[in-house]
Structure formats: structure tokens, C-alpha cells
Design a protein around this ligand. Structure first.
Ligand code: SF4
Ligand code: SF4
Length: 320
């Protein structure tokens, strides 16, 4: 099978020099806090992508409170507004839900590297499920073609092509590891990203100021920055969305794998798992003693990436 696996972002030019966050008093408070922490020069450099985003953001978006502080009634109005915006801009009816963690659930993921053959079907499924930009072929998954005998992902090739699998290689899919000690969360100056009770690290796209500190802090290169509005043909937009996952993201914000929370919190499996033709992927609730994922973690020899960093991933790898 032939595959390409390149999801590198491309920078755009500079636009308006004003900082749109200053149009909103509640956000101004948060941003001033970040300013005090970072210092003037570092802060201006950090928020420079906003010059691009400013031209494409409505006043109501800037007036919006942080998701965590919205009342249920506020959320309903915000979601109605977002659905109406999609209808107006794309002519498509979408359903944006507010899927919350299921009590007693801690989601973890595992990949059997003896079985993964690098075909990239997971990458493709994530791309479609999460309404990624068609032109840049974005996805939350990178599959690294690795020389046999190492687990050091720095030796991996993310832009391999041709027939897979190759005899002297194995394949290492990498996506957000939903760490229990997530450095990306720690560095966010405005608390736009956090870890939820079921272990999923999320981003409030309407609160993110696009500074990209989290992207730099992630040792797994699992976050993406939106340089431009995702270009998805209207008839290909996945209408089944959630506020904190696969809704169409605004320009100038960071995004990441959410373990497909719009599916998994409704009892379905992640799109990447369903698409995998080899059965390499296993997902589930580690708190359930009868789950397949629990059995694997208790009975297989499992690996985590970059263990020395102390990030404590909720994402595991194993070999048969
Ligand atoms: S989520 Fe990331 S890019 Fe957005 S404000 Fe926080 S650190 Fe900056
Ligand atoms: S779990 Fe969902 S969002 Fe995460 S990589 Fe798989 S398809 Fe993409």
C-alpha cells in the first residue's frame, strides 16, 4: 500500500498589528496576567499570530467567556451561535454537542506495534472525522517509519512513502498522549487548555490566544496551529461535532487529538481505531477491570514514549 504522511504547517504573512484580545475586558484581564509573567517582548512575539486571526474573528467570539465559566444557558446560546455561523458560512447544518466526561471513566489508548504496518488509514480517518484542512492534509496523527531496534522517535521518518511495510522498519503512530502531567497545560498563560476528569486534554478554541507555548512544550509534537481557516468542502464536513473536539476551529488557535470525545463519551470508539484494518489499536476505560485495555496493560509488556520526561502518558505501545 502507498502512503504519504506529511502534515507540516505553513506560515502565513503578517496582517493587522492590533491585538484583538484587548477588545474584551474579561480576556484583557487574563492577557494582562500573561503579560506580567512573560515580559513585553516575549508576549508580543508570542501573540503575533493574532494579527492574522484578528481579521476573521467576530465581536461576539471575543465577548465570550471561558468555557469553564459558562453556565448551561450560556453554553446553549454559544452553541446556537456557532451552529448558525457554520450554516451561514458553509450552508451546512451541524450539531455541536457539549459532551461531558462520564463519571468513573479514565480513557487510555494502546497500539500493538507488531501489527501496525504503517498503512496510514488512521491518519486519513482522523483527518475526515475532525474536519481538518483538505489542502494541507492535516491530521492529529503522525506515523513514524522507524528503524528496527530503537524506540527513540527522533529516529523516525514522518514523510515516508512507497510500499509498506518495509522489512527493516516498524511503524510508530504518534498522537496526543493525554499525559497525566501535561507540560502543554502547565505553560498555557490563559488556561485555555486543561485535562478533564476522564483523562482527555482539551482546548477551548474560543479562549486560546494562539501564543503556541503549548505547541512548543509538547514533547510528542502532538499539537497543531491553525494558520488558516480549514478548507473542507461543504458536503464533506462532519456534522457530528462537540464544542471541545471536532467543530470547525477558528483561525489562530491550537488544536489536538481529543480521543474523539464526541464519539467516545457517547460509547463509540475513536475514528482512528475503527479505520485501522490490522486491529493494532485498542481503546477503553482503564477503570473497568473487565475491559480489553486493562487486560493488555496487565498482561503485555508495554512501553511509553519519552518516559524520562515524567509526562505520564495515557497512551501505551506494546509488541506481541
Ligand atoms: S492553548 Fe496553547 S496556544 Fe492557546 S493560549 Fe494556551 S498555550 Fe497559548
Ligand atoms: S482519537 Fe480521534 S482525534 Fe485522536 S487521533 Fe484518533 S481520530 Fe484523531
Amino acid at each position: 500500500m502507498t502512503t504519504t504522511n506529511d502534515s507540516s504547517p505553513k506560515e502565513n504573512g503578517q496582517g493587522d498589528r492590533s491585538l484583538p484580545v484587548l477588545q474584551n475586558s474579561s480576556r484583557r484581564t487574563a492577557v494582562k496576567g500573561a503579560f506580567a509573567t512573560l515580559g513585553a517582548a516575549a508576549f508580543v512575539a508570542a501573540v503575533s499570530p493574532l494579527r492574522q486571526a484578528a481579521k476573521q474573528t467576530t465581536a461576539s467570539e471575543f465577548m465570550q467567556t471561558h468555557y469553564k465559566r459558562l453556565t448551561d444557558e450560556d453554553k446553549r446560546k454559544v452553541i446556537e451561535r456557532l451552529e448558525a455561523e457554520v450554516k451561514q458560512e458553509h450552508g451546512v447544518d451541524v450539531d455541536i454537542a457539549d459532551d461531558r466526561p462520564i463519571p468513573g471513566t479514565k480513557f487510555v489508548y494502546a497500539i500493538n506495534l507488531s501489527v501496525c504496518n504503517g498503512n496510514g488509514k488512521c491518519v486519513e480517518a482522523c483527518h475526515k472525522e475532525n474536519n481538518h484542512d483538505r489542502a494541507t492534509n492535516q491530521s492529529y496523527i503522525r506515523v513514524l517509519e522507524m528503524p528496527k531496534g530503537t524506540m527513540d522517535m527522533e529516529h523516525g521518518n514522518t514523510t515516508y512513502s512507497g510500499v509498506v511495510p518495509k522489512d527493516d522498519k516498524f511503524y510508530l503512530p504518534v498522537q496526543c498522549q493525554q499525559c497525566d502531567e501535561p507540560p502543554c497545560v502547565d505553560v498555557c498563560p490563559v488556561k485555555a487548555t486543561w485535562k478533564e476528569e476522564d483523562g482527555i486534554v482539551v482546548v477551548d478554541y474560543n479562549w486560546c490566544i494562539g501564543c503556541r507555548y503549548c505547541e512548543a512544550a509538547c514533547p510528542y509534537h502532538a499539537r497543531r496551529f491553525n494558520w488558516k481557516q480549514a478548507d473542507v468542502p461543504a458536503d464533506e464536513i462532519n456534522p457530528d461535532q462537540s464544542y471541545l473536539s471536532n467543530r470547525l476551529r477558528p483561525v489562530g488557535v491550537v488544536e489536538k487529538c481529543t480521543y474523539c470525545l464526541h464519539r467516545t463519551r457517547r460509547g463509540k470508539l475513536p475514528a482512528c481505531l475503527e479505520a485501522c484494518p490490522t486491529g493494532a489499536r485498542v481503546f477503553g476505560n482503564i477503570l473497568d477491570p473487565d475491559s480489553n485495555i486493562r487486560w493488555i496493560l496487565e498482561n503485555k509488556r508495554v512501553y511509553i514514549l519519552k518516559e524520562d520526561l515524567g509526562t505520564k502518558p495515557a497512551f501505551f505501545y506494546y509488541f506481541d
